[in-house]
Ligand binder design. Structure first.
Ligand SMILES: Cc1cc2nc3c(=O)[nH]c(=O)nc-3n(C[C@H](O)[C@H](O)[C@H](O)COP(=O)(O)OP(=O)(O)OC[C@H]3O[C@@H](n4cnc5c(N)ncnc54)[C@H](O)[C@@H]3O)c2cc1C
Length: 443
């Protein structure tokens, strides 16, 4: 079977490598950092180690729970009933049950009926491609009306997309609603969420070991600087090291990196890769001596708050995992040119925590046990107009031995590990097919 290099050792690269090796290929993963995991990697906070960005599992994430079972982690999967809050007009409001929805103060009864109808309508759409023709906010305005769009949807869209909210197509909001609706349907209408005991610090080594046991070689600290197809083999150059040849190379990195590494691509391919609009995130997290709320997620609609949501991991994960402290993430999603990128960690920490103190009576800096700031430039490819037909990168490139399998190919889903695994399963089967066919022709 042909030999394959996978560039990038995140959840996508590791799963891709595992699946290709299970199909008989000799696979080597090249990861630029000194650890695998990418966006899913964990890091220290105080004396504890937990995901740098928050991660939750939904009951509908069957590809992920299947992979967890395959790597032997089923018995470490924990589920809990969670609640969702809104921070509106300076108040924390629960929006976790149908009754709370009926009582939700910012909206009148007619608004609520239209909001419920919008969600139901979106959940019944099977083919989201036609929704790519329309802006998300226009679509929401049409079905939910102006007041609900202004009071609820626009802040929610900004919470997910920052200033990119206006660029998203209606397929984006469809994907969010479909994921949350699926979670509640499988969770008997109550919101159930899950995590692996130990977080991704437990998941990643288990996945890596499983892949290695299947024959995958994982090389960390190996930044790829160039990818070429010379007509008979594909080769990659590694920073500070040499060039290595393979029968095929799969790039799992974000589109700007693909473009930078594959200079042989055609101008049209580079232009298409450049059309993918990426959302970034700055995400401080805090270990606190006290809890903030009962909500796993609090959506923020008040514009003065510098972050776009509050994720209280310890509303789901037992606080004993953190010595009795609370773990809280304050993400802010950003466009590539947002001024926030130039703020240093201390400035971000102070500004965000000041705002949290204004929101939470009695909270003071003395409650901070530990903090850290995580940032990522290319987190999510925004589902812009006509995304799947005119923007999304294809698996095949003009270089027959070079393939792209990255999260920008999640056309109608939100970015999550489950979708990443579904994509890795699909693309690994396709890459196997291409390489096996090429090998047959040569033989
Ligand atoms: C704030 C936030 C919240 C999230 N919440 C959830 C959640 O609740 N639930 C959920 O399921 N998912 C969540 N996710 C999404 C999840 O983390 C991602 O879907 C997943 O980790 C993406 O994996 P990936 O392999 O596609 O990309 P990445 O993790 O970005 O992997 C790409 C890898 O390529 C490497 N690389 C880049 N350039 C090179 C190079 N030149 N040479 C070698 N290696 C290179 C990088 O170092 C990286 O390791 C969240 C993500 C973020 C940021």
């Amino acid at each position: 079977m042909p030999d394959v290099a996978v560039v990038g050792g995140g959840m996508m690269g590791l799963t891709m490598a595992l699946r290709l090796s299970q199909r008989g290929h000799r696979v080597r993963v090249y990861e630029g950092e000194n650890r695998v995991g990418g966006l899913a990697a964990a890091g220290p906070i105080g004396s504890w180690t937990w995901d740098r960005f928050y991660h939750v599992i939904l009951l509908s994430d069957t590809a992920l729970t299947g992979l967890l079972a395959e790597v032997g982690l089923s018995d470490r999967l924990r589920w809990g009933t969670t609640r969702t809050g809104f921070y509106v007009d300076g108040r924390w409001i629960s929006l976790s049950t149908a009754l709370e929805f009926l009582r939700f103060p910012p909206l009148g009864l007619v608004d609520k009926a239209r909001l419920a109808a919008t969600i139901l309508r979106a959940s019944r759409i099977d083919d989201p491609v036609p929704l790519e023709e329309m802006g998300a906010l226009d679509w929401l305005q049409r079905w939910s009306g102006s007041r609900t769009t202004e009071r609820i949807w626009t802040p929610l869209m900004r919470a997910k997309l920052g200033e990119n909210a206006g660029a998203a197509s209606a397929a984006f909001i469809w994907a969010i609603i479909a994921r949350m609706y699926a979670a509640r349907r499988t969770g008997l209408k109550r919101e159930m969420m899950g995590y692996v005991e130990g977080g991704y610090e437990a998941v990643l080594p288990a996945l890596r070991r499983h892949a290695e046991a299947s024959g995958v070689e994982v090389v960390t600290g190996a930044r790829v600087t160039d990818v070429m197809d010379d007509g008979s083999t594909a080769s990659i150059a590694i920073e500070g090291s040499g060039r290595v040849s393979f029968d095929g190379v799969v790039l799992t990195t974000a589109c700007p990196t693909v473009s930078r590494l594959c200079r042989q691509l055609t101008p049209a391919e580079h232009e298409r890769l450049a059309r993918v609009v990426y959302q970034g995130v700055v995400c401080p997290s805090f270990l606190l001596a006290r809890p903030i709320s009962d909500f796993y997620v609090t959506n923020i609609t008040d514009a003065w708050v510098p972050f776009t949501g509050v994720i209280e991991t310890t509303a789901l994960v037992d606080r004993q995992a953190f010595g009795g402290h609370s773990l809280v993430y304050l993400p802010r999603y950003l466009t590539q040119d947002d001024a926030m990128w130039s703020a240093n960690d201390e400035q971000v920490t102070m500004r965000f925590f000041d705002a949290l103190c204004r929101m939470v009576p009695g909270l003071t800096p003395a409650d901070i046990v530990a903090s850290r700031v995580a940032r990522a430039r290319e987190v999510l490819a925004v589902s812009t107009r006509r995304y799947s037909t005119e923007v999304m990168p294809a698996l095949d490139t003009s270089l027959p031995r070079v393939f792209i399998a990255n999260s920008a190919q999640i056309a109608h889903g939100t970015l999550n590990v489950n979708e990443t695994i579904v994509l890795a399963d699909r693309q690994s089967a396709a890459v196997h097919g291409r390489l096996a066919a090429a090998a047959t022709v040569i033989a």
